[in-house]
Design a protein around this ligand. Structure first.
Ligand code: ADP
Length: 671
């Protein structure tokens, strides 16, 4: 059955591209190859340790797990050997010749050709085994799978260009030995001092001993001697790293750098994490967790099916990657480990799903993560919000128990600030609601009116309408569209702040959120504005205001023209500058949700908007006096279509709209 012949195979196209890119773009950070190979070795050992729980014979011949790093200065080689799970010939071909990673396609789509940007991306993608080729002109992998016979080993070799060879290799020990023949400009790594320092820097947290040959002369001045250390004749080994799983150590003993390196090990991320939380819980349930929030969202953040979750350990034994039962889906960007003392070693994904202990740990880890985010300084949280805010919004619809905590984490663009990049929290919004002049006072307005606390003359509190005690928001396609919306006119006039929402899931999560800290959410484009006593009829109010009875004829006339297109035509309390706007019924589906459902081919409930008309607007006043019935109809159609455009919708018959406008222009120019 065993294939013995040497065989040459081409790298998968993506693998080839990745190799090339890596070699070019990671040049300035070459030493990470060692971290990546030790990380792989340690994973291989973790996996064998796990398999051996059920079948001790797998490790009986060599039960002491270890990783050995060696070098040969003369030959210019560095080797990393582990006695972990090893690979079969098929596995070597599959794992070392292709990229099995999810998101590979997106990854390549994101590449820009700009080396600096691309190297950050590649780090995020995870470099792994291929990082060998940053320093090596040739890589040889000798590997034998645990449980396979002595004769069934495999040699894999490649110069990292187009192809690799595989052939049978007898008499290999269990596990994998990767030997790099260094490029001429990377021979500095064939050096005990250099390797030791890189191992300590990057791999101190690895739970397995990383061993090197004992240095004979104290190690201080051995770098320039080039003394033949004869690592071919089984030199005495010493452990170079701390070899204790990082999370089992007390927090006070662990430096930030160690936490950061450990993060890179578990996440395969290249960048430092944004923050982390390390906790040991004792009592009814005993477990340790170490959770990290990355700096950047992965490419595949939007694919809810992709691998996510924590590395699960039970009593320090690695059990599985991507254990996604310990965090809710909307926290799928969190990385880290959980080590439980209570779960059985033979726990499976199915069992995790049903286990009450797992559920309790999940609840605690969810709270801990939200708490860690809530405690961040605003400046630090801003970038995290930009990366992960949209996923956090999913939580509002999915995690009822933590809804308030999640609402507290939301950030919004708002009419409070013209800069769309400035974000506000709901807490800030509510604070300004009570004291809308807070900012103005800081800017020195206080001097003018000494009557502290009293309404400050014109603007501000004095004209703030009763009943505006809600969290007002507007949903639009873009920030620019939101800021130009006619729905904001009356809010601007009265200095009432409105949150501007432009994420595609905003209407969705809002359907799960009725209030925050006792303040109701209110869509400004929906329902009747119930501000007591205010008519909002604008600057021309005194002149143009008519009482409701007198309004009826023109509203009714408009209604007849728009029959079938609108639910009703009514007098507006929200416009100051625009002639009309479309308003949704309190329970109608919003435009965003409607579009989303249409795109996904779902049937959308039938509902028509209300047309609200600004009776004080010159156009409406003129319209009211239009004797020519045809012209009246044209004007009404134009006003309706424009109201639709202002909502970010299209008009039903663009050609007819353009014709009507042109007719008006011709009349105007002829006059
Ligand atoms: P990653 O580790 O992110 O999966 P790599 O490119 O580093 O990606 O490795 C690809 C695969 O090759 C690993 O997932 C593993 O299956 C296999 N592999 C790499 N190194 C070893 C090793 N030392 N022992 C056993 N398998 C290994």
């Amino acid at each position: 059955m065993t294939e013995t012949a040497a065989e040459t195979r081409g790298f998968q196209t993506e693998a080839r591209k990745l190799l090339k890119l890596m070699i070019n773009s990671l040049y300035s950070n070459r030493e990470i190859f060692l971290r990546e190979l030790i990380s792989n070795a340690s994973d291989a050992i973790d996996r064998l340790r796990f398999d051996a729980l059920n079948d001790e014979s797998l490790i009986a011949d060599d039960p002491e797990f270890r990783i050995v790093v060696s070098f040969d200065k003369d030959a210019g080689t560095v080797s990393i050997a582990d006695n972990g799970i090893g690979m079969t010939r098929e596995e070597a071909i599959e794992h070392l010749g292709t990229i099995a990673k999810s998101g590979t396609e997106e990854f390549f789509e994101h590449l820009t050709g700009d080396q600096r940007k691309d190297s950050a991306l590649i780090g995020q993608f995870g470099v792994g085994f291929y990082s060998s080729f940053i320093v090596a002109k040739e890589v040889e992998v000798l590997t034998r799978r645990a449980g396979q016979g002595q004769e069934e080993g495999t040699r894999w070799a490649s110069a990292g260009e187009e192809d690799f060879t595989v052939e049978a290799a007898p008499d290999l020990p269990r596990g994998t030995r990767v030997t790099l023949t260094l490029k001429p400009d990377a021979t500095e790594f064939a050096d005990g001092f250099r390797l030791r320092s890189v191992v300590r820097r990057y791999s101190d947290h690895v739970g397995v001993p990383v061993m090197m040959a004992k240095e004979e002369y104290g190690g201080e001045d051995d770098e320039d001697e080039g003394d033949e250390k004869g690592d071919k004749q089984e030199p005495a080994l010493e452990t170079v790293n701390a070899a204790k799983a990082l999370w089992t150590r007390p927090r006070t003993d662990i430096g930030d750098d160690e936490y950061k390196e450990f993060y890179k090990h578990v996440s395969h991320d290249f960048e430092d994490p944004a923050l982390w939380s390390h906790n040991k819980v004792e009592g009814k349930l005993e477990y340790t967790s170490l959770l990290y929030v990355p700096k950047r969202a992965p490419f595949d953040l939007w694919n809810r099916e992709l691998p996510k979750g924590l590395k699960l350990y039970v009593q320090r034994v690695f059990i599985m990657d991507d254990a996604d039962q310990f965090l809710p889906l909307y926290l799928r960007f969190v990385r880290g480990i959980v080590d439980s003392s209570d779960l059985p070693l033979n726990v499976s994904r199915e069992l995790l799903q049903e286990d009450d202990r797992v559920r309790s740990i999940k609840n605690a880890l969810t709270k801990r993560t939200l708490d860690m985010l809530a405690k961040m300084a605003p400046d630090d949280y801003g970038p995290i919000w930009d990366e992960f805010g949209q996923v956090l919004k999913e939580g509002i619809g999915e995690d009822f128990a933590n809804k308030d905590a999640l609402l507290g984490l939301l950030r919004f663009a708002s009419t409070h600030d013209d800069d769309p990049k400035q974000r506000t929290s709901l807490k800030d919004y509510i604070a300004r609601m009570a004291n809308p002049d807070a900012d103005a006072e800081q800017e020195g307005v206080t001097g003018e009116g000494e009557d502290e606390g009293e309404a400050a003359g014109e603007g501000g509190d004095a004209s703030k309408p009763k009943g505006s005690d809600k969290i007002y928001y507007l949903v639009a396609e873009s920030d620019a569209a939101a800021r130009q919306s006619p729905h904001l006119e009356v809010f601007r006039k009265h200095g009432v702040e409105v949150l501007l929402l432009t994420d595609r899931i905003d209407e969705w999560w809002l359907s799960f959120a009725q209030e925050f800290e006792g303040k109701e959410f209110q869509d400004v484009a929906r329902g009747e504005l119930d501000w007591g006593g205010e008519d909002g009829d604008g600057e021309a109010g005194a002149k143009g205001a008519k009482d409701d009875k007198q309004d009826e004829p023109v509203l009714k006339r408009i209604g007849e023209v728009l029959d079938g297109k609108v639910e009703s035509v009514r007098r507006s309390k929200r416009l100051t500058d625009s002639p009309a706007c479309l308003v949704l019924g309190e329970n109608d589906m919003g435009a965003q949700m409607r579009r989303m459902m249409e795109v996904t081919g779902q049937s959308v409930p039938d509902s028509k908007p209300h047309l609200e008309v600004n009776l004080a607007h010159p156009l409406i006043m003129r319209l009211d006096q239009e004797p020519d019935e045809d012209r009246f109809k044209d004007l009404v159609s134009i006003i309706f279509d424009q109201a639709s455009l202002a909502e970010g919708n299209t008009v039903a018959e663009p050609g007819a709209y353009v014709q009507r406008i042109n007719k008006l222009l011709v009349d105007l120019l002829a006059a």
